[in-house]
Structure formats: structure tokens, C-alpha cells
Design a protein around this ligand. Structure first.
Ligand code: FES
Ligand SMILES: [Fe+2]
Length: 372
């Protein structure tokens, strides 16, 4: 239908929310756009690929798949965490599988071996090959970083130097200070679920970024959060939605615990461009990572973290969160289907309630139109 992806961001979504219309629907359904999003957005941002506890000691490693790219993360003998494409330089076998601890990686295809630092150590039966230089045949490196117990990878050109690749801690901006009080890095992972949805990943992010739908879509969550005091604050590359937790009249067990604490209780929902979120409550944090699995499908990974001494309420918190997620997944699938209707192109934002969505759309358009 002649969808042009060449519009300048200013033309697609106005910078002043009062005048703006939402991201046009073709951005949610164009089949060719996902490859562009990888190059312009996913390979240019720090992406969560695992947890520090998986690579605590020298020799520890894990493999990961990031939007189809096979990755290998390993802690070297020198204690340095490194990342590579998990792709053998011979004929593209896999140097490592799963996770565990190793002194060397041995490709499962013809047995080339690589060090924990990615160097090619041994390539059997390659005598007589001209201009064969093992030094040039290291596993291709990627940038890695760690923060609060999470391992991040950045797949921008491995030779890129700052400012082309911004160090993880710089890229996170104010976030580390803003979430420091939750001690997320000291919590332990108590549960993990993957939700597969028939909607574009941006439909799911849009939905996350507003509390406007709370009364209609999540009546039970709406009883817990003070919807009228919902406050969205956009930052450069992330945003915060804060909502006071309702007082003691609340029936949920989760809140009966909260009422014993002092000070204001709030839930803080951080979204970090483009695709991950930290949901911070007084006694637990959940991490969401949203990944496209196709142009019209996505997956949300949920991980629930609790303080080590937390014995109760884990099941109840996860069950409640699961219920909310199913409600969100359902509405997102309905919206994705309807975005494809020939009757719909774009809508308007609520200035009061949809600032976070507008902020995401501007960041998205900036990124997608700035090359890559
Ligand atoms: S593909 Fe790895 S050794 Fe041949
Ligand atoms: Fe929701």
C-alpha cells in the first residue's frame, strides 16, 4: 500500500503532544521494518542477555540468542567478562552450547578450539593452507557490560570506540541512581516466564507506557494503584511511571505488607528505550524484556526478583502479575489486529495520560531515521 518509511520523524509524530498524532499504523505492520529496527535500534542499544551469577567465576559461560544472533558470554582467566558471536570462524559451527564452565571452547563441528578470550587455539588438519593466520581468526567480539546483576550486550560494530558505542553505565543515564534504593542487584531470581503474543513489539511497549487503560483493562490492579495520581516523567532514553499504592483498605495480601512500612509507598515503573522495563515495588522488582519474534509477533520475558530473605508472597505476587500480563497480552493482540484495518491510520494522545507513549514514539522515529 505504498508505505514510505522515509518520512522524517518530525513529519510522522509532532514534538508537542498537544498537536501530535500517534505513530502511523504502518510502522506496526510493515514486514520489512523489523530488519531496519534491528540495525537502527536493537544493535545500537544495550540489550540484556543474561545474569551475572551465570558468569561469576573464571571459565563460566553462557550462550544466548538475541533476535537471531547467537552469542557467547564468558568470564576469562583474568576475570574479565567478554562477549562473542557464538559462530565458528571455520564453517559457522557453534563453539559453545548451553551454559557451564570451560577452559576452552571446542566447536562441535570439526573441533577447532578457542580460548575464553576468543583466540583460536587449535585448528586441526589445516596444515598447508596458505595465509592461514590464527591471530585473525578470533571469535568475533561484542561489547558487554554488567549492572545490578544483569549482563548486557551491545552488537554495534565490535571495533567501534566511544562515542560510537557508549559505555553501559553512561547509556543508563540517571537510571542507576533512580533504582539504587531497591537493591535490585542483591535480589534473587524467583521466577521466569515467557509470554508469546500475536502483536508487534511496539504495541506491547505502547501499552506498557500508559496507565490510562488501568480502569478498563485491569480492574484488580486499579484497586491496588492510585490511578488518579499516576505520574509519568520522561528522561532522555527512559521514562518513569510512578503510582502511589493505595492505603490499608486494600484487600490484596501484597498491600497488607506494605501498610506496615513508613513513608509513601509507590510503584515505580521504569521503561528503558527500546525494550526493557523494571517494575519496582517496595519489596520486589520484576524485569521485563520485550523482543520481536517476527514483524507481527513478540515475546515478553518476565523475571521476578525478591530479597534473599523473602519467604512469603512470592507465589501471590507472580500469580497477580501473570493475571495482569494476560490482560495486557489480550488487549495488545486485539489492537494489533485492528491496526491493520484499512479504516485506521493514526490517533491522538491524551496529554495527561499518554506522555510516555508519545516519548517512545519520538525516540523510536529518531532512531529509525538516523541510519543503521
Ligand atoms: S565449523 Fe567449527 S570447526 Fe568447522
Ligand atoms: Fe496493562
Amino acid at each position: 500500500v505504498g508505505h514510505s518509511l522515509n518520512t522524517k520523524s518530525g513529519e510522522a509524530v509532532e514534538h508537542a503532544i498537544e498537536n501530535a498524532s500517534t505513530l502511523p499504523s504502518h510502522y506496526y505492520v510493515a514486514p520489512q521494518l523489523l530488519e531496519k529496527e534491528k540495525g537502527s535500534i536493537f544493535w545500537r542499544t544495550w540489550q540484556i542477555v543474561g545474569r551475572s551469577e551465570q558468569v561469576r567465576n573464571s571459565g563460566d559461560y553462557f550462550t544466548a540468542d538475541l533476535l537471531g544472533e547467537p552469542l557467547l558470554i564468558a568470564r576469562g582467566i583474568d576475570g574479565t567478562l567478554r562477549g562473542f558471536y557464538n559462530v565458528c570462524r571455520h564453517r559457522a559451527g557453534s563453539p559453545a552450547e548451553g551454559c557451564g564452565s570451560r577452559k576452552v571452547f571446542r566447536c562441535g563441528y570439526h573441533g577447532w578450539t578457542y580460548g575464553l578470550d576468543g583466540r583460536l587455539l587449535n585448528a586441526p588438519e589445516m596444515d598447508g593452507v596458505k595465509n592461514f593466520c590464527a591471530e585473525d581468526l578470533r571469535l568475533r567480539p561484542i561489547h558487554v557490560g554488567e549492572w545490578e546483576g544483569q549482563v548486557f550486550a551491545n552488537l554495534v560494530d565490535p571495533n567501534a570506540e566511544p562515542p560510537n558505542v557508549e559505555p553501559l553505565m553512561d547509556a543508563l543515564r540517571e537510571l542507576p541512581l533512580q533504582v539504587a534504593k531497591y537493591n535490585f542487584g542483591k535480589m534473587r531470581l524467583c521466577g521466569r516466564r515467557e509470554y508469546h503474543m500475536q502483536c508487534n513489539w511496539k504495541v506491547y511497549i505502547d501499552n506498557y507506557l500508559e496507565g490510562y487503560h488501568l480502569p478498563s483493562v485491569h480492574p484488580s490492579l486499579n484497586r491496588e494503584l492510585d490511578y488518579n495520581s499516576y505520574l509519568t516523567t520522561p528522561f532522555e532514553k527512559h521514562s518513569l511511571q510512578a503510582s502511589p499504592i493505595r492505603g490499608p483498605e486494600n484487600e490484596l495480601s501484597v498491600d497488607r505488607r506494605y501498610k506496615q512500612s513508613d513513608g509513601d509507598l509507590s510503584a515505580e515503573y521504569f521503561w528503558i528505550f527500546p525494550n526493557w522495563m523494571l517494575n519496582c515495588y517496595p519489596d520486589n522488582v520484576s524485569l521485563n524484556v520485550v523482543l520481536p519474534t517476527g514483524p507481527e509477533t513478540c515475546m515478553a520475558i518476565f523475571e521476578w526478583y525478591f530479597p534473599p530473605d523473602q519467604g512469603t508472597a512470592i507465589e501471590e505476587t507472580m500469580r497477580f502479575s501473570d493475571e495482569i500480563q494476560l490482560e495486557d497480552g489480550h488487549i495488545c493482540e486485539v489492537v494489533h489486529r485492528n491496526l491493520k484495518s484499512q479504516s485506521y491510520d493514526t490517533g491522538r494522545y491524551s496529554v495527561k495520560q499518554e506522555q510516555g507513549v508519545h516519548h517512545f514514539h519520538l525516540l523510536y522515529l529518531d532512531a529509525i531515521h538516523s541510519g543503521g
